[in-house]
Design a protein around this ligand. Structure first.
Ligand code: RB5
Length: 153
């Protein structure tokens, strides 16, 4: 199993490459779901592929990058069981793991400078879920997913 599912759109491509180098230096295995250059693409196509790998358990965690981090977050959060968190600083990355058990981090390449983005990646990957009262809240999110389930056609 690859540890990290990576994906981006054209706006996130350069930052995703930096994240790949960073993970490689740390010896963290990843799978890259594209895009693979800066030609314009639609972020849902790539965010979906990585989120699907996390949902199916083929990857433990995802990191998705677009211009703002918003489009990939909205896309990933459509998948049942995915809790994608858009983080702009170390504190939100820590809370996303400790309180929300986020399984995908999303980043805005047009918002963050490289160094801060890599710090956020490190905090996100190194922080554990605290459980306890936070687990009860996560369960309520899962219940909402069940209520909204429209069924297979
Ligand atoms: C692409 O121009 C941009 O819209 C996209 O990267 C992202 O910011 C969408 O949320």
């Amino acid at each position: 199993m690859s540890e990290i599912a990576l994906a981006c759109d054209h706006a996130g491509f350069v930052l995703k490459e930096h994240i790949k180098s960073h993970l490689a230096k740390k010896g963290v295995p990843y799978e890259d779901f594209g895009t693979f250059n800066s030609d314009p693409v639609d972020y849902p196509d790539f965010a979906y592929k990585a989120a699907d790998a996390v949902q199916k358990g083929n990857c433990k965690t995802g990191i998705l990058v677009c211009g703002t981090g918003i489009g990939v977050a909205i896309t990933a959060n459509k998948l049942k069981g995915i809790r994608a968190a858009l983080c702009f600083d170390r504190f939100s990355a820590s809370c996303a793991r400790r309180h929300n058990d986020a399984n995908i981090l999303t980043l805005g390449a047009r918002v963050l400078e490289k160094r801060l983005a890599l710090e956020i990646v490190d905090v996100f990957l190194e922080t554990n879920f605290e459980g306890g009262r936070h687990l009860e809240r996560i369960k309520k999110i899962a219940e909402l997913e069940e209520k909204n389930f429209l069924g297979e056609t």
